[in-house]
Design a protein around this ligand. Structure first.
Ligand code: XIL
Length: 554
């Protein structure tokens, strides 16, 4: 039986429609698949980015993003040496002229805020025969940046390739400027190869601080201010939470030093420091100024010059004094009464004062000493005092600040110096002090004897000046490791020290701990602070907030 024509046409039409529908479905499916492949690709990229990168080998014969920190170093990809398996190339750094010079890589695009990264680099020294090589990371740009040393080794040319490895948690990436770099901390001219650099997430991420803790500042609210050293990294995110929870005063770790504020003569660069100061004030904290006159992190032009024959010479007393006075006046006037106190002179006394009664003979032979003379300390205080006298409404204390003051010889030398300078001043202004206070830095170790700290503290109090503990930290353990025993010993010393401070609280205006957590400390390798690199409270924290309880329990 034959199907009628119309029916056959209808069937064919139906088949055609079914085919069309099928084609459409396949098309839509394929399109979706494409998109999902794209999305997966993007996710993979982001995931990769967050996880860092596995290896830079220089095998493509480019510098793979590395550049000199100063710009004056010579960086070349070379086949003179290689560390990569089956590879040929490494990156050579020569022509360094300062200890901080070296190859540097921007890493912010690999970093996810709050995540910890393990950084590794292989290094081979070219010259000199021995040099200390460091792997570090920089957080932020400009004067308020933070620089953290992740690993360091003293290596020799015959060691061959040596691995430097460390870890860092980037808790604030808002600067959008993060680098890892290699430098030689003890040799300005050392040259070296690097190869096989990796930067990988450890998978550990933190998003908040411990909120149940008693704020350190609260434990001492009736006694003295509790301070810490800060950089711009501390001004946002969980680091800012930690800062504002536990501390009520700050000192710029670096941003207010002469080298940051007036690197070249007459060009004052205040923006980084201003940001630290204003943000801290807005958060209700007090600011201490550090420091006006020092032999480190100060520009050479202030007290030396290079002669036409290429030799360094000290400036004349007049020239150097003029530079000093201009710096002091400009900086003190700039920050005005935003600060409660200034370290006018830092670290003027030498470490081996064998005859502390002759304090002048005990002075450090610094460029200021050579250019201005042994009265440079007095001159610096006079310059600062003059500025304050022009602003009687400002309440700012002028400090002399130094380290190792638990050493009885050094503390006696400082005592004699401050006594004589203040007595001289009182011959003219009987009611006034020239030096208002002494800052005991307090960079201690677990072996520091607290009885010596107490002796010096009492000696300074006898002078009628106020005292601040200005840069407290206690080194314990080594190589970024801290055993339970060492952590408790450290907590014990912190507890003993805070008991001494509490006993003398009437004369102490501020106790500043030099940083918040071990991860960002300038002495990170020896774990000196109250919080660990995960911002978690250590025994040291508990020793500080309740010394009697800690001592009783340990
Ligand atoms: C340290 C800073 O913490 C570091 O970041 C920097 O690299 C070197 O200086 N005495 C002082 C402080 O007066 O200024 C020093 O601070 C630590 C020793």
């Amino acid at each position: 039986m034959r199907t009628p024509l119309t029916k056959r046409i209808a069937i064919l039409f139906l088949i055609f429609v079914v085919i069309l529908v099928c084609m459409f479905i396949v098309h839509v499916y394929m399109k979706e698949k494409d998109v999902s492949i794209d999305i997966e690709d993007e996710a993979a990229k982001v995931r990769d980015a967050d996880e860092g990168f596995r290896l830079i080998t220089f095998e493509d014969q480019t510098m793979e993003g590395f550049e000199g920190r100063a710009g004056s170093e010579t960086l070349t990809v070379t086949d003179e040496e290689n560390h990569t398996d089956d590879g040929k190339y490494a990156l050579k750094t020569e022509g360094r002229t300062s200890t901080w010079h070296g190859p540097s890589l921007r890493v912010e695009k690999y970093v996810d805020e709050g995540t910890e990264y393990r950084v590794s680099v292989w290094v081979k020294l070219i010259e000199p025969e021995n040099s200390q090589i460091q792997l570090s990371t920089q957080i932020g740009e400009g004067t308020s940046a933070n620089y953290v040393n992740l690993a360091q080794k003293t290596i020799s040319t015959w060691d061959g390739w040596i691995q430097l490895e460390g870890a860092y948690r980037y808790n604030n990436v808002s600067s959008k400027y993060l680098t890892i770099y290699v430098e030689s901390s003890d040799n300005a001219e050392a040259s070296f190869y690097i190869d096989d650099i990796s930067f990988e997430s450890t998978g550990s991420k933190i998003e908040k601080i411990q909120s149940e803790l008693m704020p350190v500042k609260q434990s001492y609210e009736d006694e003295f201010l509790i301070g810490t050293a800060i950089s711009s990294e501390d001004l946002a995110g969980i680091r800012f939470d930690l800062l504002t929870t536990h501390f009520n005063s700050v000192t710029a770790g670096n941003a207010m030093k002469p080298g940051e504020l007036q690197r070249t003569k007459g060009n004052f660069t205040f923006s980084g420091a201003d940001n630290l100061v204003d943000t801290s004030l807005d958060a209700g904290m007090k600011v201490h100024g550090h420091t006006l006159v020092w032999h480190q992190q100060s520009p050479e032009w202030m007290n030396t010059a290079i002669d036409t024959d290429g030799n360094m010479r000290y400036l004349s007393r007049e020239e150097a004094l003029d530079n000093m006075r201009t710096h002091i006046k400009t900086v003190v006037e700039h920050f005005a009464d935003k600060v409660i106190s200034w370290d006018v002179v830092n670290e003027a006394m030498s470490d081996n004062s064998t005859n502390p009664s002759d304090w002048k003979a005990s002075l450090r032979k610094s460029p200021w000493y050579y250019s201005v003379g042994e009265d440079y300390i007095e001159q610096a205080f006079l310059a600062a005092r003059e500025v304050l006298d022009e602003h009687p409404d400002w309440d700012i204390k002028l400090y002399y600040n130094d380290y190792n003051l638990d050493n009885q010889n050094k503390s006696l030398a400082v005592y004699n110096m401050v006594k004589e300078i203040n007595e001289n001043y009182q011959k003219v202004y009987p009611e006034k002090l020239l030096i208002d206070g002494i800052g005991m830095q307090g960079h201690y170790t677990v072996n520091t004897n607290p009885a010596n700290v107490e002796l010096s503290l009492e000696r300074f109090i006898d002078l009628g000046v106020e005292v601040s503990i200005s840069e407290l930290d206690v080194q314990a353990g080594s190589n970024y490791q801290l055993s339970e025993r060492q952590a408790n010993d450290q907590g014990y010393l912190y507890a003993q020290l805070f008991n001494i401070f509490r006993k003398n609280a009437e004369h102490i205006s501020r106790v500043t701990i030099w940083g918040m957590d071990d991860g960002t400390s300038w002495r990170s390798a020896t774990n000196p602070l109250l919080f660990d690199k995960n911002l978690k409270a250590k025994p040291a924290y508990y020793g500080v907030i309740n010394p009697d309880k800690f001592i009783e329990e340990h």
